[in-house]
Write a protein that binds this ligand. Structure first.
Ligand code: MG
Length: 198
């Protein structure tokens, strides 16, 4: 009886060990293929990866002139007020774990942005937090770098990805986001992630 129990226990652990080893080798295989082929996945920042409305509200309240240097300095340094969006943020980490290079492309100017880049250093590869105030510059960055997916909330994000022949995925904006332009999710026949507004 005791022996039987012990055998059942050993068998149980052995089955679990085999399952774990199988899962690890699948992960290892995907990780090596992705790393060797240097595949990347890119994300827009505002309203895609984070809900940054509080940072913008603070900047509007604290700077003389909207979209001035001082304004962007406040926005870029108020990342403690920003909240990662659950689904896009989790997906980014999932891709990271499977070996994809993660890039962030934002239309913010890079004013006092070093601490913000540093804040994201664990997720985003070195040198791949890209600031460019020209919205239409994203396709340029996307077309050289082996990107397979681009996540964005704006219509222009979707069209930029298509211009660069990168598969676009739409993230929904939070209802609290004040920025309402350039936003017609699903209107371009693109894939929209459900519940991605949170
Ligand atoms: Mg955006």
């Amino acid at each position: 009886m005791v022996l039987k129990n012990a055998r059942a226990k050993v068998e149980h652990y052995w089955t679990n060990t085999k399952k774990t080893l199988a899962a690890m080798s699948v992960w290892g295989l995907i990780f090596s293929v992705v790393t060797i082929t240097r595949l990347g996945v890119a994300f827009d920042y505002d309203d895609t990866l984070v809900n940054s409305q509080p940072a913008y509200s603070k900047a509007f309240a604290n700077s003389q002139e909207p979209y001035s240097e001082g304004f962007w300095s406040v926005v870029n340094q108020s990342y403690d007020l920003e909240k990662p969006k659950i689904i896009p943020y989790s997906l980014a980490w999932l891709f990271r774990v499977f070996g994809f290079r993660i890039a962030i492309m934002t239309a913010r100017p890079a004013i006092n942005a070093e601490p913000l880049k540093k804040e994201w250093r664990h997720l985003v590869s070195r040198g791949y937090f890209i600031f460019n105030s020209d919205k239409t510059a994203k396709s340029g960055f996307l077309s050289d770098g082996n990107y397979v997916l681009f996540f964005g909330d704006s219509d222009s994000d979707i069209s930029e990805a298509r211009k660069a022949h990168v598969f676009p995925i739409r993230v929904r904006r939070s209802k609290k986001s004040v920025y309402k332009e350039d936003y017609n999710p699903g209107s371009m026949g693109e894939l929209v992630i459900p519940l991605s507004e949170y």
